[in-house]
Write a protein that binds this ligand. Structure first.
Ligand code: SAM
Length: 225
């Protein structure tokens, strides 16, 4: 079973999203285990301080290294065989599907969520990889952590019902973009941007029942990036 250990000062943020739908069921089926750890619990002063002002001055607060280090030590005491410690940072390598496939083969993934102005630089010495979810700055690492848990979990065998949906979906192969999908109704009428009413029909081939032709059409429609 793949185990996620998420270090965060906002553990309550995770339950709503990760306990529902496919990821929720994956946990119930014991295909993955998702633990959150509040590294504030590893601060030793009476105010349970996890941040401080930056040396040299400047705006905002910086996460201290010791509470994160102590929390990591506790988690990795019972470290699983194939384990990666990942720091979530906009400065890291941009997360993508091939990375997710690699992570889905691990036994344990530790994700460290930053906040405020980020981390004391020495936190980077404690990790195996630094990962970003895109070239923009979020207020914290919680959404990036949930993104990674979601993307990786659905690649764990048994999590997604029909394995075919994993082999035929966007990014399943290098540069592959999935073919267009339709469902009922066959005809849909609407006004687009306040212009005249238009009718959008489902391509006739998909209604033909001819599976060979449908397969050919889909192969043609699937795009290469
Ligand atoms: N001062 C930092 C900088 O300029 O790189 C940004 C800090 S950001 C406001 C706070 C935290 O959110 C980061 O430490 C990181 O954990 C998380 N974060 C923000 N954007 C992210 C991204 N694109 N990918 C991964 N984590 C991100």
């Amino acid at each position: 079973m793949l185990q996620f250990d998420i270090l965060t000062i906002f553990p309550e943020m995770f339950s709503g999203y990760l306990n529902e739908s496919i990821i929720g069921r994956a946990q119930k089926k014991k295909l993955v285990k998702i633990n959150t750890h509040n590294f504030r619990d590893y601060a030793t002063d009476k105010h349970r301080t996890v941040d401080d002002s930056p040396y040299g001055g400047g705006p905002g607060m910086v996460l201290k290294v010791e509470p994160i280090y102590r929390c990591l030590q506790k988690i990795t005491r019972a470290k699983k065989k194939r384990c990666k410690i990942i720091l979530l940072t906009p400065q890291g390598k941009t997360f993508n599907q091939p990375m997710a496939r690699r992570y889905s083969k691990l036994d344990q993934i530790v994700l460290i969520c930053g906040r405020y102005e980020g981390f004391d630089e020495r936190v980077r010495k404690l990790v195996d990889e630094q990962v970003s979810v895109g070239d923009y700055v979020l207020t914290g690492g919680e959404l990036p952590a949930m993104t990674i848990v979601d993307v990786v979990t659905r690649l764990v065998p048994g999590v997604v019902g029909r394995e075919a949906s994993l082999t035929e979906e966007t990014f399943a192969k290098k540069g592959y973009i999935e073919y267009p999908q339709y469902t009922r109704p066959e005809m849909f009428k609407c006004k687009v941007r306040r212009q005249k009413t238009k009718t959008f029909k489902v391509p006739a081939v998909l209604l033909s029942g001819d599976h060979r032709k449908i397969k050919e059409w889909r192969a043609k429609q699937a795009k290469k990036r």
